[in-house]
Ligand binder design. Structure first.
Ligand code: GDP
Ligand code: IMO
Ligand code: MG
Length: 421
């Protein structure tokens, strides 16, 4: 498959990093196309355990060249730190990691504004990662952004920064924050550019020549489908398009070149940050504990809930998903009974995800089907036929409800814990 997109079907953290790590060894290029360092993709392999935010998860395979597309926004300090920790673990980056000069920079004022907006909104806040993502994308589309390419001319970067600080300092002060100094930000960011400039290259010829030569591309989405700006639970979403279609603009891939879309789906549901979550468990301390997690980027607690087929069905349709990569089946092993949300009821009527806005979604009643759990440790199993019958039936129920076949089942965080179905 020349171009494969791997994306999350829920509210992020489905296990995309692990899924990419499973397949990346067969690819010539692995690329990020959206989001920024709000992402936290966990990878556990022979190099160690990593929570990576910007570098594509294919970096651990020497064959794969890793591309950060123009659709990604970058906090250079986070990228440099991540590159250093990868180097320290023995991962080679030179001539393997390439960053689009079109990508926008997260500036200090974006991070400050992210926090100030969230605080001003109080109970209505999105619960962002406070990494400056929303304000950076807002500047990008309102022609106020700063890109890596602006550093090729000393005056362009300095002039843009001076202008932006004039605007942003006014807002920051009005909202009770502290103004930023031009010299300090200027010198800090010039320094980042000097450290990163050998990695910044136009990706257009690389992608075009690669496609022509039949090279294989793996495109790694960040965030999940239900965090998409347009199709997610707005305003409890992220600031970039997260769908498979975003890969076209975010990397520069013609749409018809995408030949396969793999949807990564947790066997249950989690969400970090604010916003509706119909299947969230709030009345069962045991299930709550078993299904909640610690977030990879912010260390916050991810809210846990039962599998929501309405979401995966929607994500499968809007992204054109060919196969699901089902993760964390092992986490359900301890349950006597497992609930699966098969649909929604709103004001006494059956409705679909796409019928509702975020506030209505907050009020839907999930329609549950309860199935018996398998109550056996399934970690270590490497063949689908060796899974307990009830675990296989659970996977098949997810297939039936989502309308997509499951291609792989993950039953542990480490690289080896994948069962081909
Ligand atoms: P991503 O953002 O989609 O890459 O997902 P995260 O890395 O943020 O969160 C997924 C978490 O689940 C990480 O801690 C992974 O190590 C872990 N994980 C992934 N797949 C499995 C699995 O099949 N079983 C278990 N137990 N953990 C998994
Ligand atoms: P990965 O790639 C889970 C959530 C935040 C918040 C909302 C907006 O690891 O799956 P933002 O900082 O983007 O403006 O926050 O989006 N969010 C994520 N949730 N996984 C992610 O990334 C996320 N990236 C952003 O928690 O609710
Ligand atoms: Mg994550």
């Amino acid at each position: 498959m020349p171009v494969t997109v791997i994306l999350g079907t829920q509210w992020g953290d489905e296990g995309k990093g692990k899924a990419v790590d499973t397949f990346a060894g067969d690819f010539d290029y692995v690329a990020r196309y959206n989001g920024g360092n709000n992402a936290g993709h966990t990878i556990i392999n022979e190099f160690g355990e990593f929570k990576i935010h910007l570098v594509p998860s294919g970096i651990f395979y020497p064959r794969a060249k890793c591309l950060i597309g123009g659709g990604v926004v970058i906090d250079p300090a986070v990228l440099i730190e991540e590159m250093n920790s990868l180097r320290k673990a023995g991962v080679k980056l030179d001539r393997r990691l390439m960053i689009s000069p079109r990508s926008h920079l997260i500036m200090p004022y974006h991070k400050i504004l992210d926090g100030l907006y969230e605080e001003a909104k109080g109970a209505g806040a999105t619960g962002t990662t406070r990494r400056g993502i929303g304000p950076t994308f807002a500047d990008k589309v309102s022609y106020n952004g700063i890109r890596w390419t602006d550093f090729t001319d000393k005056n362009i970067f300095a002039d843009k920064l001076r202008m932006q600080l004039t605007l942003k300092n006014k807002i920051i002060i009005a909202l009770g924050g502290e103004a930023l100094s031009f010299e300090k930000v200027h010198d800090e960011y010039r320094g980042y550019y000097e450290q990163l400039k050998s990695y910044i290259v136009e990706l257009f010829p690389i992608v075009q020549d690669g496609l022509k030569a039949g090279k294989k591309f793996l495109l790694e989405q960040a965030m999940g489908s239900i965090l998409d700006t347009d199709w997610g639970t707005y305003p409890f979403v992220t600031a970039s398009t997260t769908l498979a279609s975003a890969a076209t603009a975010g990397l520069g891939i013609p749409p018809q070149a995408i030949s396969r879309v793999i949807g990564v789906t947790k066997a249950y549901t989690t969400r970090v940050g604010a916003g509706p979550m119909p299947t969230e468990v709030t009345d069962d301390p045991h299930a709550e504990k078993a299904l909640s997690e610690v977030a990879a980027t912010t260390g916050r607690i991810r809210r846990g809930g039962w599998f929501d087929a309405e979401l995966t069905r929607f994500a499968a349709q809007i992204n054109g998903i060919d196969r699901l990569f089902l993760t964390k089946l092992d986490i359900l092993s301890e349950f006597e009974e497992i609930k699966v949300c098969v649909g929604y009821e709103f004001k006494g009527k059956k409705v679909h995800y796409h019928d509702l806005n975020a506030y209505q979604l907050d009020e839907v009643k999930p329609i549950y089907k309860t199935v018996k759990g398998w109550r056996t440790d399934i970690r270590g199993i490497r063949k689908f036929s060796a899974l307990p019958a009830k675990a296989r039936a659970y996977v098949e129920l997810i297939e039936k409800l989502s309308g997509v076949k499951v291609g792989w089942v993950a039953n542990g965080p480490e690289r080896e814990a994948v069962i081909k179905k």
